[in-house]
Design a protein around this ligand. Structure first.
Ligand code: NI
Length: 393
């Protein structure tokens, strides 16, 4: 059996390379569905290492690379996401984003670098590849409909037996791995409401069908759904996060638009909320004589980690002899890795990157988000140990 130290040695060799990749991605972030240069960079690395891949999978920027071993074995896939967020970086890191208003604030730069590190290691130590290893570089995780669905439709899971993915986490200290069997991340759907009235002078709301007050009432009605209409033992969140309308302090706008997110763990709860939001909006409109348009959009399903594969992650962490594996709590955050786990067995785990001394304490999606780069080593060692465990080595 390959020892933890041996794997650590491989990962150490790859550390500076992964760091370079990560910093390159960090400096050159691209928004969801626009990962053109990121995809080209990954393809160049794969080409340089002689790793075969297919580009343009499920969209122009999706990449699926494969390494086949001499000996038979299972087909194990690993996935990294590629997109950044529309956030202005405020970290002052020497390798801060060069693109104004775009930032790798969700650590996807880490995920890509670690996956490249894995591909390079297994290409170098090919004698350890039994069966096939698949590396999925997925575009657009952040914005529904996401890239996972179209990459699956394009066949990225064809012949794949199991899949694994990792996400950095600043809630977990560096050196820790987090995983949870079963339902772990919430389904995320969205809703959009347009409220329409006649508009008019701010001095005469009684003549204007007041869209503003309707919107305010609708938001408050919506906020009562979870607390008053849902079984308290079910998990659900509804947040109205967008409100657009009005151009002047003294004109009642003819239209106000709202948008929000719905997080649940059960499809029936999501469907119930879908209908209740419309009822809440309708009630507000009937009070003020306004009209509405309502649109509900189905997003990512609930992410559910498989039992056997969760155990493989725990075993892999143990085998490193380095990283403590902790059971973590379910979260209302969503992730389109859920779509892979709907199709085939697998697990999604967290890699701790919190480090007070390095100021890596801010949450994901924060303009000050930073991550301890030793997380690259942890992610690579875990991936390698998962692979070795899956192939009985
Ligand atoms: Ni993310």
């Amino acid at each position: 059996m390959v020892t933890g130290n041996q794997v650590r040695g491989w990962a150490e060799q790859k550390f500076s390379g992964m760091q370079e990749y990560r910093r390159h991605f960090h400096e050159n972030p691209e928004l969801s569905f626009q990962e053109k240069e990121t995809s080209a960079y990954i393809q160049a690395v794969l080409e340089r290492r002689g790793i075969l891949f297919e580009a343009g999978v499920g969209g122009p920027w999706g990449i699926v690379a494969r390494i086949k071993g001499e000996e038979p074995g299972p087909c194990i896939a690993f996935r990294a996401d590629m997109d950044a967020l529309g956030i202005r970086e405020e970290t002052n890191l020497p390798f801060s984003s060069r693109r104004e208003g775009v930032m790798h604030a969700c650590g996807h730069d880490f995920h890509m670098a670690a996956l490249l590190g894995l591909a390079e290691t297994l290409q170098e130590y090919r004698e350890f590849v039994k069966g096939t290893v698949v590396f999925i570089f997925q575009f657009a995780e952040e914005i529904p409909p996401g890239g996972a669905g179209s990459m699956i439709e394009a066949g990225c899971l064809d012949g794949v037996d199991r899949i694994y993915g990792a996400h950095v986490d600043t809630q977990l200290p560096a050196g820790e791995i987090g995983v949870l069997e079963g339902p772990y991340m919430a389904a995320s759907d969205s809703f959009f409401v347009d409220i329409k009235g006649g508009g008019g002078h701010g001095s005469c709301p009684y003549e204007a069908q007041d869209t503003m007050t309707t919107a305010a009432t609708a938001i408050l009605n919506i906020n009562q759904i979870v607390s008053r209409l849902i079984d308290p033992l079910e998990s659900a969140v509804i947040s109205t996060c967008q409100i657009h309308g009005g151009v002047s302090y003294n004109v009642i706008p003819a239209k106000i638009s709202l948008g929000g997110t719905i997080r649940t763990y059960k499809r029936e709860t999501a469907d119930f909320i879908r209908d209740e939001i419309e009822r809440a909006v309708k009630a507000a409109c009937s009070m003020y004589g306004t009209q509405y348009n309502y649109r509900f959009e189905r997003g990512y399903p609930c992410l559910c980690n498989w039992e056997r594969e969760t155990a493989v992650v725990k075993r892999a962490a143990e085998r490193t002899g380095q990283y403590h594996c902790r059971e973590i709590r379910p979260t209302m955050v969503g992730e389109d890795f859920a779509r892979y786990l709907e199709r085939i067995p697998g697990a999604f785990f967290r890699v701790g990157v919190r480090n007070q001394e390095k100021d890596a304490i801010y949450p994901l999606h924060h303009s000050h988000f930073q991550a301890d780069e030793t997380g690259l080593m942890a992610a690579l060692e875990l991936f390698l140990q998962i692979y070795l465990t899956e192939t009985g080595q």
